[in-house]
Design a protein around this ligand. Structure first.
Ligand code: FAD
Length: 334
């Protein structure tokens, strides 16, 4: 029961579809559209009705023009103001609420990202609605499916709120094509709300590898690797041989083997690559919560009873200090 089948498209009458209107909140970083936030567009498409994109920040119009090419969007509303560059919820929330009130939308969707998780509860409070978080499927205009207890149970919720405020799990709603769309672009209202919070700085981990959240292949290491030296000796060559991103369990991160931006799981990243290959990871439910939607799961563990083998499509029982270098060499010689 741990691995769920793909969500289905909901049946909609065409009369109902015409009444629905969804605002998909899109993220941008330094004037570039963040493709992972387009999960909100895919989810909006499953609801039916019109899907309008919203983007704010400096160069908002240029990002809106980029977003206009995304398939499935009818219109993009943009606000061009550097005050919204970092997505601080203190001023972004009043901005979004003004535009929601103007547009009279029935559904407001954002990704279940740090930005969405920070912003949407404020929107819900300001509109006196109950937020619905981290949905993985849509069963009707008011009925949504979301995992609870680290993905161990699936809950179906029905909302009677006039405006539904929702965050969507990216791995459940793959982004639409970013070319071929022809949305119109329109300037939104800017209330220029005062912001009591000042953005000071950020330190971002830089890597030439594929982004963990959207990589096609992920290799992940756990406490079984024993030390940072062994993690760094074994995991990067395996990732390079596969062209994969590197992930880690929380135990590996907490032990200092890997940076915490690499953590996969309930309190880390959600990933759903074509291949998730893990070594020295036991398969705790909190880890499975972040990777069990992967298309193929392969696991190396010396313990044949490790829970990871209950979800793995391919399992190799053995010592990872032998098996990982052997696998890496075989992949390199292909
Ligand atoms: P272990 O459970 O210690 O497993 C190590 C595995 O390595 C064992 O199965 C062992 O057989 C195997 N092994 C050892 N040596 C070798 C060898 N030489 N060759 C092959 N195999 C070997 N965990 C996460 O990963 N992500 C999260 O987001 C997360 N969030 C959490 C949130 C909460 C609220 C809580 C309470 C816990 C969370 N955890 C999370 C922690 C989780 O419960 C586990 O403790 C953690 O996932 C264990 O990591 P691990 O599998 O690397 O280590």
């Amino acid at each position: 029961q741990l691995r769920r089948t793909q969500p289905t498209t909901i049946p909609q009458s065409s009369a109902l579809s015409r009444l629905l209107s969804t605002l998909a909140v899109l993220e941008q970083r330094e004037g570039k559209l963040n493709v992972s936030s387009l999960a909100a567009v895919t989810a909006g498409g499953k609801l039916g009705g019109s899907v309008i994109g919203f983007v704010a920040g400096s160069g908002g119009k240029a990002v809106a023009e980029e977003a206009a090419k995304v398939q499935g969007l009818e219109k993009i509303i943009y606000v061009d103001n550097a005050a919204y560059d970092k997505g601080l919820p203190e001023n972004y929330a009043p901005l979004l609420v003004e535009n929601i009130k103007k547009g009279g939308f029935t559904h407001i969707l954002a990704g279940h990202s740090a930005f969405g998780k920070n912003l949407m509860p404020r929107i819900a409070a300001l509109l006196d609605s109950q937020q619905i978080s981290d949905i993985i499927a849509i069963e009707g205009e008011d009925t949504f499916v979301r995992p609870i207890y680290a993905g161990n149970a699936i809950m179906t919720v029905q909302s009677t709120d006039n405006t539904k405020i929702i965050t969507v799990r990216g791995t459940a709603f793959p982004p639409p094509a970013t070319e071929g769309g022809s949305a119109t672009v329109e300037e939104g209202v800017d209330p220029k709300a005062e912001c009591p919070t000042e953005w000071v700085s950020e330190n971002l981990a830089k890597s030439d590898r594929p982004d963990l959240g959207s990589a096609e292949k992920v290799v992940s290491g756990g406490r079984g690797l024993k030390s940072k030296e062994e993690f760094d000796r074994l995991m990067p060559p395996l990732a390079d041989a596969l062209g994969a991103a590197i992930g880690a369990s929380r135990a590996a991160v907490d032990s200092g083997f890997a940076d915490n931006s690499l953590q996969v799981g309930q309190t880390g990243k959600n990933v759903a690559p074509q291949l998730y290959l893990c070594a020295g990871i036991s398969g705790a439910i909190q880890h499975l919560a972040g990777m069990k939607d992967s298309k193929v799961i392969a696991a190396i563990n010396k313990d044949p009873d490790a829970p990871i083998f209950q979800v793995a499509d391919v399992g190799l029982v053995g010592d990872l200090f032998d098996k990982v270098p052997e696998l890496t060499e075989k992949l390199k010689s292909q």
